[in-house]
Ligand binder design. Sequence first.
Ligand code: AP5
Ligand code: MG
Length: 201
Amino acid sequence: MILILIGPPGSGKGTQSEKLIEYLKTPHLSTGELFREHISSETVVGCEAKQFIDRGELVPDHVVDNMVAHTLEQPRFESGCLFDGYPRSVPQAEALSQLLYTQHREVNLVLELSVPDSVLIERLLARQRVDDTLETIKHRLEVYGAQTSPLLEYYEQRGKLETVDGQGSIDDVFGRIQAVVNRLKIDISNAEKSNPSTSSN
Ligand code: AP5
Ligand code: MG
């Protein structure tokens, strides 16, 4: 299953991913986490990404797309992938779609976590990651609105988008996500029964 979690900074993508990978037994790919690993290992990609991350800007598409394509080659992603924070722009979504096409796969579900800005700011200021200053958080929210939110319409038009209320306790939010994922699993299994030749792994 190819699943994408979309949501503004602090909406709970990382938090809910931890629970979802356990539940679905699907490997997790967070571009933010990959960049933080590159930065702490001082790689070329890390040095390039750091200047953008520190300012709350998106890292250029070609850098992200190459890193994702390279990571997805790992055998552990053959069974599927839970994307967290990727794609984050329409060109990235197009690049992912092309990449999956070459692997005879496609996006099954895009889950949007919806949370008001006031709650996001409160959560992130309490967390205190390096890029969690008030100024950077506000800019990340603007960037989300300008560059990432058009993806919601993009995936809506393709019949892939489900929006989940990301407010409330972590378990409440996960319960809502589980309900959507379980419905999708039933849809996929019914489609495979009616047309076994389209069955995927
Ligand atoms: P990334 O690491 O993806 O950061 P982000 O999108 O800003 O999101 P966060 O990780 O801050 O939030 P989250 O939604 O994961 O929430 P979390 O679960 O942690 O990206 C960082 C940077 O890398 C970007 O700004 C960009 O520069 C670059 N980048 C990454 N991907 C890129 C791409 N594709 N293209 C270009 N650039 C890219 O939760 C937040 C806090 O809230 C936690 O403390 C958590 O405990 C708490 N919390 C979560 N859920 C709840 C709840 N229900 N109730 C109470 N508290 C909660
Ligand atoms: Mg995260």
